[in-house]
Design a protein around this ligand. Sequence first.
Ligand SMILES: [Zn+2]
Ligand SMILES: [Zn+2]
Length: 474
Amino acid sequence: MKKIFILLLVLVLALSLCGTATASDISVKLNGSQLSFDVPPTLDNGRTLVPLRAIFEAIGADVKWDGDTQTVTATKDGTVVALTIGSKTAYKNNGPVELDVPGKIINQRTLVPLRFVGEAFGSNVVWDGNTRTITITSGSGSGSPPSDPPTKSKMKAHFIDVGQGDAILIQFPNGKSMLVDGGPRTAGEKLVSYLKKAGITSIDIVVATHPHEDHIGGLLNVLNNFPVNKVIDSGYPHTSKTYEDYLSLIDQKDISFEIAHAFNSINIDPGVKITILHPGTTMADSNNNSIVLKLQHNQVGFLLTGDAEAEAEKYLMERTDATTLKSDILKVGHHGSRTSTSDAFLKKVSPSTSIIMLGEDNSYGHPHSETITKLVKIGSEVYQTNVNGHIVVFSDGNKVNVFTVSDKPISSDSVVIEGGEVTLQRYVGSIKSDKYHYPSCRYAQSINPENETWFNSKSDAQTAGYVPCGVCKP
Ligand SMILES: [Zn+2]
Ligand SMILES: [Zn+2]
């Protein structure tokens, strides 16, 4: 404990000596669109440092990281830029360039000088002190086409495997976050560590769809571990100890508490329209009073239904038009129970991807085979957290990519899970390098656990900017 404290003290001193300060009020625009960074730009002696991967990705350069020499090499349109962390000499096409401020690692993130990077690739970099905005304009012909949205406009929806229960993290294009449910109490710690790995340091909105333990139990850990700006509740009370604990924690932490009203919207990111569809009236039980949310990210729609059952579905159909319910992604109601996902409702939603959140060997017999059959029959790909583990859906506003532990959705032409074996292959990398490995690789085993980052598929690793290890060749 003492050691950690001293280490922290040294770190704090070192940082203050360097004269660095995070500057979250600085905005960076590339060819007219605002870039968002998961860690804010840092000011160092009047120079702005930004996260390495984010800036190179935005510029459209290919990045290679050599952990041994701590050197990043970025290539675009024949220009090669090399930058060694801590060194004031960078190289552009092998010619040395002197830097005022070298790249550095702060809070385990590699930051690079923005101006040097932008100018090295032929862009014009202008600082406006009044608006604290840095504008990067690509040189003629080499910029990305305007129709190609920056990768940062992607939205990520994590359907987190919390066993029997729901926990859905949405990371918006503007960097804000919303957590819909927190799974059962027993999964609280696991959920917190997942959120940390996803880069979450605070949560803008927590939605508790309804007061059942498998939805709010884990929220206790979440509320104790992250600053939360607002909690939205269904307003349908429950007499359980867990619900009481949840309410008193919200009160104790003085978190703003709102009751959901149908057809109100949640304003969190101008790029994503969120409408509360339910509860529009008070129904006879908690499940049917679940908060139902529709998220619309340009062309891509998500419907999150909590444990809403047929009664709520009927009410929803009476009160909404077809386009409101139509969704690409459906979080299937009530863990795949036969009491939800009525035929007429499913027809209205007609999801191309359905996600069922549940635990193995639950006492309810979820998911019911009737539900799976229905979903498969309409041509929907079905993912289940008990089979696929964590399921992450990326949306760029036009299409979605789904990443899972097994990468195998259950569909009519796909694997049979019952009784058959499903091999789950995950990959691991270090946040300090750009290689991903089989967990058995000797390099994987030498990664400090604190620096581990796990991927549910190769494509997931590659999307995150990682390349296969040359030794284990995943
Ligand atoms: Zn439930
Ligand atoms: Zn429930």
